[in-house]
Ligand binder design. Sequence first.
Ligand SMILES: [Ca+2]
Ligand SMILES: [Ca+2]
Ligand SMILES: [Ca+2]
Length: 148
Amino acid sequence: MPSLARIRFAGLLLALTGAHGFAADIEDIFHAEDTNGDGAISVDEARVVAPANFLRIDRDASGGVEAQEIAEFTAAESCPDGVWPADVLASVARKTLEYWDGNRDGKVTEAEYADAAVALMLLADADGNREVTREELQRFRGEAASPR
Ligand SMILES: [Ca+2]
Ligand SMILES: [Ca+2]
Ligand SMILES: [Ca+2]
């Protein structure tokens, strides 16, 4: 089963990389999200890109993202370590939905997604200054990749 860190990582990646692919590398993420080019993704910057990312995951354009859509989106993108088994994928999608679904009604609106994108981004904010640097994201990614 995927570890909590891995599921958080999946949610973070989806939150940060919805518009550029699940396995986008850190330079791609910063190129797209660090709009003022100061080397850190701020809360405002993460919010600005959230709607475009949301539209990409909301495959049927219903205005709500469901677990199945998260699973489909994840499967359609390349994963960091190849294709996950269907049960793992379903589990990650379900957990990711739980993280995103602020009011717990089983689907995620664009506003919930934007809030979650910011909250998940801040999981990587090791020094708590509400911005995420390449180093912070790299470290978070490394910790998620080797669960203890
Ligand atoms: Ca920035
Ligand atoms: Ca939908
Ligand atoms: Ca920081």
